[in-house]
Design a binder for this molecule. Structure first.
Ligand SMILES: NC(=O)c1ccc[n+]([C@@H]2O[C@H](COP(=O)([O-])OP(=O)(O)OC[C@H]3O[C@@H](n4cnc5c(N)ncnc54)[C@H](O)[C@@H]3O)[C@@H](O)[C@H]2O)c1
Length: 458
């Protein structure tokens, strides 16, 4: 099928590449010329395991193209994905201006051929109908510039909007796209749903998944609002589950229980499940914080106060600073101390720094007068640091990080950090203290290497 994906970030690029890999002819459109140039040269603008190789193969096969020309993309695609960012506004609401710009742009380039416009971006509940309205605004604007009324009428009858929320995890985005737990399709148009089912058929039948013997991927077909709500409810649930175990971890710290054993004990209950029960310094990234706050905001708009979700957010905010409290307990005065962060990204296997807990920790440590250094397998190898990292010294290897430190804090659970030469690093430190913000490292072997180990409820 002919597909156009508009927005080539973590979601759009992975979606475009994977859809072309399963045989569709995809044009990925982005209004960032630099990005388009990079992608045309065969390079991925983001770090995502498995993506670069797949992108090169698909480009070579001719089924994957990159462009900054929205008109060409709209003309090409019978299915048009909107996959631009929907970051949070300072009020907590979702900033839908990029979706709006794309919807209007689509409207101004639609022709008489039937198109399915797919909201892949996470958009506030009710956005399906709103996107339809904006597309029609785009059509009307074009009419004012001279196109015939007849064309407008054909176009009005000739597109449908589908909500197809994305559930991929950064760091495992390619795997998740080929092995989804479910595919959600929300629309009031049977024709649009049928086309989307045809598009996803190879994924549903697990032709490209890691385990073809599994039953077909469930496809959940709903109305537009319910599909949009499924995305917010899923993220809000996962974020709340993490805040829950963090609250339990903080109680464990006080009563002398071990949250790792507690999580194992409760996670084996099939009603609870063991995933998302890892206590630590809290959730972050480009999705959970903004999606939970957008849902709280939507509920507020409809006169409902989300007490549980607000508490999940508050627990999470506090959790980032529990690390600092633990450091103060150990070192007392932080002014003049050197603190090394192991990891900067919000989770391993990504280069995404959006709303990463490390940013709050760096800011607070600086405020308290500590000198902050950091080593991250991806960020340390990048050239041109972002403004957000201007008050941290980026080291290029773990030994340089340890050198002269009064404490290390494990912020991101990169697998590489399990295998560092901690005895050697300890010898380079002023004081052998490690705060394990993810309960990730081997406590016993660190203690053997002479470290004082402090975990979260562990
Ligand atoms: N990142 C994730 O893990 C994830 C997971 C599920 C859902 N989502 C949702 O998917 C959406 C996209 O997220 P992302 O992380 O991929 O965003 P991103 O910021 O990484 O990418 C957005 C892309 O859209 C492009 N863009 C912006 N305006 C444009 C325009 N007018 N025309 C063409 N391109 C334009 C930007 O240049 C950028 O490349 C968001 O709504 C997000 O909530 C993200």
């Amino acid at each position: 099928m002919k597909v156009c994906v508009i927005g080539t970030g973590y979601v759009g690029l992975v979606t475009g590449v994977c859809l072309s890999h399963i045989g569709h002819h995809v044009i990925c459109v982005d209004n960032n010329e630099e990005k388009v140039k990079l992608m045309k040269s065969g390079q991925s603008p983001i770090f995502e395991p498995g993506l670069s190789g797949l992108m090169k193969n698909c480009s070579a096969s001719g089924l994957l193209e990159f462009s900054s020309d929205l008109a060409a993309g709209v003309k090409h695609g019978e299915i048009l994905f909107i996959a631009v960012g929907t970051p949070a506004l300072p009020t907590g609401e979702s900033d839908t201006r990029y979706v709006e710009a794309v919807a209007k742009g689509i409207g101004s380039h639609l022709d008489e051929n039937y198109k399915v416009i797919v909201n892949k971006s996470t958009v506030p509940i009710g956005s399906g109908d709103w996107v339809k309205m904006i597309v029609l605004d785009g059509v009307k604007e074009r009419q004012q510039t001279g196109d015939s009324c007849d064309l407008e009428n054909k176009i009005i009858a000739n597109f449908d909007v589908v909500s197809n929320p994305e559930f991929l995890r950064e760091g495992a985005a390619v795997f998740d796209t080929f092995n989804p737990d479910r595919i959600v399709l929300g629309s009031n148009s049977e024709k649009a749903i049928a086309l989307m089912q045809q598009l996803y058929q190879p994924l549903v039948e697990r032709t490209f998944g890691d385990n073809p013997s599994l039953p077909p991927v469930p496809v959940v077909v709903t109305d537009l609002n319910s599909a949009e709500m499924i995305k917010y409810a899923a993220n809000a649930f996962l974020a709340t589950k993490i805040s829950f175990i963090n609250e339990v971890a903080n109680i464990c710290d006080r009563v002398g229980a071990d949250v790792i054993q507690v999580a194992e004990g409760i996670g084996l209950d099939s009603r609870i499940g063991s995933k998302f029960l890892q206590a630590g310094l809290g959730w972050g990234g480009s999705c959970f914080p903004k999606d939970v706050s957008a849902l709280i905001h939507t509920a507020d708009d409809y006169n409902y106060e989300t007490e549980l979700l607000k508490s999940a957010v508050n627990v999470n905010k506090r959790q980032r600073f529990i690390i600092i409290e633990k450091l103060q307990n150990e070192l007392k005065i932080l002014k003049g101390k050197v603190v090394g962060l192991l990891g900067l990204t919000f989770k391993p296997d990504t280069d995404d720094m959006r709303d990463a807990p490390s940013l709050n920790i760096i800011k607070e440590l600086n405020r308290l007068g500590a000198k902050v250094k950091a080593y991250d397998p991806i960020i340390s190898s990048q050239t041109g640091m972002s403004q957000a990292l201007s008050d941290v010294i980026i080291e290029t290897n773990p030994e340089m990080l340890a050198d002269g430190c009064d404490a290390l804090i494990l912020v991101t659970d990169w697998q590489q950090f399990l295998k560092l030469d901690y005895p050697k690093m300890g010898k380079l430190m002023n004081n052998c203290l490690i705060i394990d913000g993810r309960n990730f490292l081997d406590k016993q072997s660190l203690q053997k290497a002479g470290f004082r180990y402090v975990g979260i409820g562990h």
